[in-house]
Design a protein around this ligand. Structure first.
Ligand SMILES: *[C@@H]1O[C@H](CO)[C@@H](O)[C@H](O)[C@H]1NC(C)=O
Ligand SMILES: *[C@@H]1O[C@H](CO)[C@@H](O)[C@H](O)[C@H]1NC(C)=O
Ligand SMILES: *[C@@H]1O[C@H](CO)[C@@H](O)[C@H](O)[C@H]1NC(C)=O
Length: 438
């Protein structure tokens, strides 16, 4: 499924540019050097930035899963906003409803895979991930079921999956404990955290995780594709929970927002660790039922060490710190978007204004917490004309205020985070000896 002809075109350009190297017949490319090639092809001359430095440090060349003895032919990406890559650059300056980002880790994998193939048809890539998706949204029979959308005629050797965060009431926690988009109308932090704890404590969450993974395996007819591997990624802890100075800082959207106390940071971190453990257990349970492991869980949390909010000496919110790998509300990405040059600045400014009276139903239905945040901000502002944003701006003067991604990307990985996720996936593939061309 080619959703992005523009991307397909530049991938083609890059593939052609790699011809001399590809003639060596190697599948594994020295992709450390690719930025030089991109600059050559595109005639761009960018100074060294942290992003190029980071890419060049990637320690592992990717061994892509494939039918043994064959070249990898394609893959699918499924799941939520963490795999959709919300906020990480736009395709041609526009954004689809699923908020696919240009530097989403599945896109980065697709780039490397395309480059590694020695001519012929490029790999098929189905980017089905969608911001706001819960486990139930993915399952067969659901309204926008990604599993039903999966075109099994197109070949796929592996799947990338990120799912679970939205099932735990993630937005409620962000809203009531951190941002309070809805001002004093936002629910209490305590009840949102309790709700997440309850979800986590029930066996239902793990049961549904196993169900969604099994449905993917069934849909791909695993018995006929024994090499097919699902790589599941978890989440990363958001905070350094040890720094004292952060106790006094706030990310609140309005004047006098909630403080980022150590106890709150620790509690939110614990939630992430819990969800990762649940995913790991579900994956182990499925693998135990097969002769060979089918599913690989990649816990990349430790790669985010030093790159979380509230690191030592950082005064939050610090919009200038590129070494923080999560987005702040309305914050920019921490790399230049390669090739297309599309950054957040190109977000469509003609988004319709939000109607505070009628926005809630559709926003809840979408599951997209950027839309929820936008609706809640509009509602709070309409109820109380005196409300001002924490930084003193009157919200209506800022057109970005009306773009859901402005909020929705918050607490999601920025591009450098996606690069780290990609590298952890490659490392896991290598260490687990998953079937490859070999
Ligand atoms: C991308 O933008 C260019 C220039 O505005 C336009 O000609 C082209 O049709 C766009 N492509 C897509 C896929 O939207
Ligand atoms: C499914 O994939 C096949 C093979 O790539 C393609 O020919 C077909 O058009 C696709 N179907 C849909 C509905 O996209
Ligand atoms: C952060 O990264 C952006 C994008 O690469 C860059 O334009 C900006 O100068 C960087 N900021 C700092 C403080 O290094």
């Amino acid at each position: 499924m080619t959703r992005y002809p523009d991307v397909a075109n530049w991938l083609l350009v890059l593939t052609l540019a790699w011809a001399p190297i590809r003639s060596l017949g190697l599948v594994i490319q020295p992709y450390e050097h690719r930025l030089d090639n991109e600059q050559l092809v595109l005639g761009q001359h960018r100074p060294e930035s942290p992003s190029t430095a980071y890419r060049s440090q990637a320690p592992y060349a990717p061994p892509f899963p494939s039918r043994p003895g064959n070249r990898p032919s394609g893959f699918i990406a499924l799941g939520d906003s963490y795999s959709a890559g919300i906020g990480t650059g736009l395709f041609n300056g526009t954004e689809d409803d699923c908020r696919h980002g240009h530097n989403a880790y599945p896109m980065l994998v697709q780039e490397d895979l395309s480059r590694s193939l020695d001519g012929g048809d490029g790999p098929t890539f189905q980017f089905l991930s969608c911001t706001g998706s819960t486990v139930n949204d993915m399952l067969a029979g659901a309204e926008h079921s990604q599993i039903d959308e999966f075109n099994t005629t197109a070949t796929a050797d592996f799947a990338l999956l990120s799912i679970g965060g939205n099932d735990l009431g993630f937005f409620e926690i962000m809203n009531s404990c951190i941002f309070r988009f809805y001002s004093f109308y936002s629910g209490t932090c305590e009840s949102a955290l309790r709700h997440a704890d309850e979800q986590m404590a029930s066996s239902d969450f793990e049961h549904r995780l196993r169900l969604v993974i099994m449905e993917i395996l069934d849909r791909v007819r695993w018995e006929k594709r024994p090499w097919f591997t699902i790589t599941v990624t978890g989440y990363a802890r958001f905070f350094n929970a040890d720094t004292e100075e952060c106790d006094d800082y706030s990310f609140g959207m309005w004047w006098r927002g909630p403080k980022l106390k150590r106890e709150l940071r620790q509690r939110m971190n614990d939630m992430v660790v819990d969800v990762n453990n649940k995913i790991r257990r579900s994956v182990d349970a499925i693998n135990a039922a097969f002769a060979e492991p089918r599913v690989l869980f990649v816990d990349y949390d430790d790669a985010f060490e030093g790159h979380r909010f509230c690191e030592p000496g950082v005064v939050e919110p610090d919009y200038a710190r590129n070494e923080t790998w999560f987005f702040l509300v309305g914050g920019l990405d921490n790399t230049e978007t390669p090739v297309l040059g599309a950054t957040d600045a190109l977000l469509p400014l003609d988004s319709p204004l939000v109607d505070p009276v009628n926005c809630l139903g559709p926003a809840q239905k979408s599951g997209d917490w950027g839309e929820m945040a936008l609706c809640m901000m509009a509602t709070a502002a309409s109820k109380d004309a005196e409300l001002r944003k924490a930084d003193g701006r009157v919200v209506a003067e800022n057109s970005m205020w009306y773009v859901p991604t402005y909020y929705g990307k918050t607490f999601h990985p920025r591009s450098l985070g996606h690069m780290a996720m990609r590298d952890r996936i490659y490392k896991a593939w290598r260490e687990n000896n998953i079937p490859t061309l070999g």
